[in-house]
Design a binder for this molecule. Structure first.
Ligand code: PMV
Length: 333
C-alpha cells in the first residue's frame, strides 16, 4: 500500500481558465502558498476494479458522488498515460482501490481538490519502478487531476508555470520554501453548503467572459510583482497585487456564461470589516477568495492575533487557522 499526505494551497495569483480543459493545462501562470492544515491522506492499493472509499475528519464514511469517482478514475488513466510517455510505464497496475481521508469540507472554497490530487500525484509517482520521479514530474501528475494541485509538489510559495505544449507543459517551480516567510492564513467559512458549480465546469466557460482576455494580458506583470514581493517579504506589495488579482478573477467568473457568483453578502461584509480594521489597526493582512464564499485572511506574524480575534468574533462561521506549509509527500510506499 502507498500512502501520501497533502494539504490545500491558497492562490495569490489565481488560476482560472485552461488552454486545454482535458489535460488541465492552464491558460496562464499562477502562484500560491501551500498551507500546513487541514490535511488529506490518500492510500493506493492494487485491485481488480477501480474503487474509492472516502472518510471525513471524524472517520465517518462519506461516499464520493458518481461524478467524483469518474473524475478520479479518469485522472488515474491520464496519470498512467503520462508515466508511459516518460518511458516509466512498466508494470503499472491496471486498476487500484483508493482510500481518501480528508479533514477538509469539500467544495467550499478551500482547495480540497488540490490536496486530494496532489496526494494522488505523489502516490501514482511511487508506482513506477526505478529512479523516483522529479518534483516537476510529480507536479504534472497532480495537475492532471486538478490544476491547482500541481502547485503542491514543493513547500512554501509555488508557481505553476506554462511551458511549450503537450501534456507535460505546465509544472511547478518553487519561489521560496516554507521557512522563507512564515505567513498565516486565517480562513473564515461563512457557509458549508456545497457549491452548485465546481471549478472544472467553471474553467471551461472562463473564456466566455469579456474580461478574460484582458486578465490573461495582466497576469505576467502580476506574477513578476508577486514573486518580487515574496522574495523581498514586502507585505504591502503582496497585498495590492493579490487582492487585485482575486477580485478580478471573481469579476471574470461573474461575467462568464453562465455566470458564477461564488461570493456572498457575508463575504462582502467580512471584506469591508477587515479592510476597516486593517486601516485602523495598521494590520499586515490581505484577503483572497477561491471558488466559494470562504474568505482567506493571509497575515504576517505581527497581525495574526488581531486577525484571529476578528475571525473568531464572526457568528455562524467555521474558522481554520493555517500557515505556510510543506509539500505533498509520501508517508509509506
Ligand atoms: O484546481 P481547480 O480546478 O480546483 O481550480 C482552482 C481554481 C481556484 O481555486 C479558483 C484558483 C486557484 O488558483 O487555486
Amino acid at each position: 500500500m502507498i500512502t501520501a499526505t497533502s494539504s490545500p494551497n491558497i492562490a495569490l495569483i489565481k488560476y482560472w481558465g485552461n488552454r486545454n480543459d482535458a489535460l488541465r493545462l492552464p491558460a496562464a501562470d499562477s502562484l500560491s502558498m501551500v498551507l500546513d492544515t487541514p490535511t488529506v491522506e490518500a492510500s493506493v492499493e492494487l485491485s481488480d476494479v477501480f474503487t474509492v472509499q472516502s472518510y471525513d475528519a471524524n472517520g465517518t464514511e462519506k461516499p464520493q458522488t458518481e461524478q467524483s469517482v469518474a473524475r478520479l478514475a479518469h485522472h488515474f488513466t491520464l496519470a498512467k498515460e503520462y508515466l508511459v510517455s516518460l518511458g516509466r510505464g512498466k508494470n503499472l497496475p491496471k486498476n487500484i482501490s483508493l482510500t481518501i481521508r480528508s479533514a477538509i469540507p469539500p467544495a467550499i472554497g478551500i482547495a480540497s481538490s488540490a490536496a486530494v490530487f496532489s496526494c494522488l500525484g505523489e502516490a501514482y509517482g511511487a508506482l513506477v519502478e526505478g529512479r523516483p520521479l522529479s518534483r516537476e514530474e510529480v507536479s504534472i501528475l497532480s495537475r492532471l487531476g486538478s490544476g491547482s494541485a500541481g502547485r503542491n509538489s514543493y513547500g512554501g510559495f509555488v508557481a505553476l508555470i506554462n511551458h511549450a505544449d503537450g501534456m507535460a507543459s505546465s509544472y511547478a517551480e518553487q519561489i521560496a520554501d516554507e521557512h522563507h516567510w512564515p505567513l498565516h492564513d486565517i480562513v473564515i467559512v461563512p457557509s458549508v453548503k456545497e457549491k452548485k458549480v465546481g471549478s472544472t465546469e467553471g474553467h471551461a466557460a472562463a473564456a466566455t467572459s469579456p474580461l478574460f482576455a484582458e486578465r490573461l494580458r495582466a497576469i505576467p506583470k502580476r506574477m513578476r510583482e508577486c514573486i518580487s514581493a515574496l522574495r523581498t517579504r514586502d507585505f504591502e506589495k503582496l497585498q495590492v497585487v493579490s487582492e487585485e488579482d482575486a477580485l478580478e478573477m471573481h469579476r471574470v467568473m461573474e461575467s462568464q456564461n453562465p455566470p458564477l457568483q461564488y461570493l456572498s453578502d457575508e463575504t462582502h461584509r467580512i471584506l469591508k470589516e477587515i479592510e476597516g480594521l486593517r486601516k485602523s489597526e495598521k494590520l499586515n493582512v490581505l484577503h483572497t477568495m477561491d471558488a466559494g464564499p470562504t474568505v482567506h485572511l493571509i497575515c504576517a506574524e505581527d497581525s495574526v492575533q488581531t486577525v484571529t480575534e476578528f475571525a473568531e468574533a464572526q457568528k455562524n462561521c467555521l474558522i481554520f487557522k493555517t500557515k505556510t506549509g510543506k509539500s505533498s509527500r509520501l508517508i509509506t510506499s
